[in-house]
Ligand binder design. Structure first.
Ligand SMILES: [Fe+2]
Length: 451
């Protein structure tokens, strides 16, 4: 750059401007704030009273203001549509341009749009890889007259960096649009998948009135347990879907077994137990977005002490998703009526599950179930007309006060326990988990908490 001695101050200002531009190029902060910083730095370095920084969009071909300094009367945003020949001229112009002797911009700009091009005394096209990305338009020079060659060199130098920042912003916006578009598509795909599986779940449970809605509810409970355990949203969604399909093998079971009022004999039990293997065979041949789904279908009847089926797995041999499913499945089975017994009330069912933990059920999953039930009970206790219900015996007709906002338990479940009852169950669970010890051995899980 051919700067004379008298221009030493401007050289310093130019380097200062470059230093100011550096953080804006990372795109880590708000682009509009960056655009103003970039414009002010350029105006000071080039000796301009005012100016405007435009970004360029191709479809439609349009300049749109990103920052304006010293031109307060301009509308926000200021827009200048461009004809193809103007885009071509700006793309191929050799550096910053001065207006023609008649004060117009000939092929570069027209008077279309809501800003008069006569306001500009210098135009610096912003280009990256021979593509127009924006335009820097300077107003009057601070010292009057026209911009000199040194000012134009400074503008050209800074325009190169500003163009990169504008291009960064444009790419980031495109990426954001692409990502949100993909997320929207994914969400609609997930919704479609979810609704399809839900319909499938209803079809599985159509075999008998006593299991109507079981698979959908198990999916709902499993997702709630996963959510309370702090699992990722994608894992929670996978649990819901796995719940919908966990009993898919029952489609191959003789439906008379589901309505038999007596306990099943050994052969009948073996046939019912087969649903885990049949289901596994069915889902193993389907490419689901959740690779753990076949494991859940096969192992949701496994128990921590090895008393489950079909593979008699123990403890951590059973994947977490299947252990969660076991708790959700058992919970729904207990609070639902069966041909050989009435439904357990909520307190009784939770007490049984706690009693069988951690020997049969995963304590963390049971704790998460208690968390969800407690949230429901707290929410319910805040509903008008529900005071005094806790501790009462379950009514024969399950008609209660208005439904709470928390939907963990459906309308068919009568909530006969208070939050303090759930706290007591959590204490029991802690006691069982620690085998009655009040101290904690190294390597044992931390005490459970419902907070
Ligand atoms: Fe099952």
């Amino acid at each position: 750059m051919a700067l004379g001695r008298n221009n030493f101050r401007r050289l310093l200002v130019t380097f200062g401007a470059l230093a100011d531009l550096a953080p804006t190029l990372t795109g880590a902060t708000d682009f509009l704030a960056n655009a103003e910083v970039m414009l002010r730095a350029t105006l000071e370095a080039a000796g301009a009273r005012e100016g405007i920084l435009f970004t360029f969009s191709e479809r439609p071909a349009l300049l749109r203001s990103a920052a304006v300094c010293g031109l307060a009367a301009l509308p926000d945003p200021s827009l200048i549509p461009l004809l193809p020949r103007q885009v071509y001229a700006l793309t191929h112009a050799s550096g910053p341009q001065l207006p023609s002797p008649d004060g117009t911009w000939r092929d570069l700009l027209t008077s279309n749009g809501n800003v008069a091009p006569q306001l500009f005394h210098c135009l610096a096209p912003l280009r990256v890889n021979h593509r127009l990305v924006g335009l820097l338009a300077l107003g009057r020079p601070t010292e009057g007259g026209q911009y000199d060659a040194e000012s134009l060199e400074i503008v050209q130098l800074l325009a190169h960096y500003i163009a990169l920042a504008v291009q960064n912003q444009s790419l980031a916006e495109k990426l954001d649009r692409r990502v949100s578009e993909n997320l929207r598509l994914l969400a609609s795909l997930n919704d479609f998948c979810d609704h399809t599986l839900e319909a499938f779940a209803a079809a599985i449970d159509v075999k008998h009135v006593h299991i109507h809605g079981h698979s959908v509810r198990v999916g709902h409970y499993a997702a709630g347990i996963g959510e309370a355990m702090g699992l990722e949203p994608s894992e929670v969604a996978a649990l819901r879907s796995a719940g919908y399909l966990h009993d898919i093998g029952k489609v191959a079971i003789d439906k008379r077994l589901f309505s038999k009022p007596e306990r099943l004999d050994d052969n009948e039990f073996r046939e019912v137990a087969e649903h885990t293997l049949v289901g596994h065979r069915i889902v193993a041949g389907v490419e689901f977005p959740w690779p753990e789904l076949p494991d859940v279908v096969r192992w949701h009847h496994e128990r921590a002490d090895g008393s489950g089926y079909p593979d008699r797995l123990r403890q951590d041999e059973v994947p977490l998703a299947a252990r969660i499913m076991a708790v959700a499945d058992t919970f729904d089975a207990m609070i639902s009526e069966r041909p050989w017994r009435p439904a357990y009330d909520l307190g009784h069912a939770l007490g049984e599950i706690v009693r069988l933990s951690p020997d049969k059920y995963d304590a963390a999953a049971v704790q998460a179930l208690l968390i969800q039930v407690r949230r429901y009970a707290v929410d319910r206790s805040r509903q008008p007309g529900t005071q005094g219900l806790f501790g009462a015996a379950a009514p024969t007709a399950r008609v209660g006060p208005p439904a709470p906002h928390n939907r963990f338990l459906g309308d068919q479940v009568y909530c006969n326990i208070a939050p303090t009852d759930v706290d007591n169950l959590a204490s029991d669970l802690n006691y069982r988990l620690n085998r009655g010890r009040t101290y904690q051995l190294a390597g044992t899980p931390p005490p459970l908490s419902l907070s």
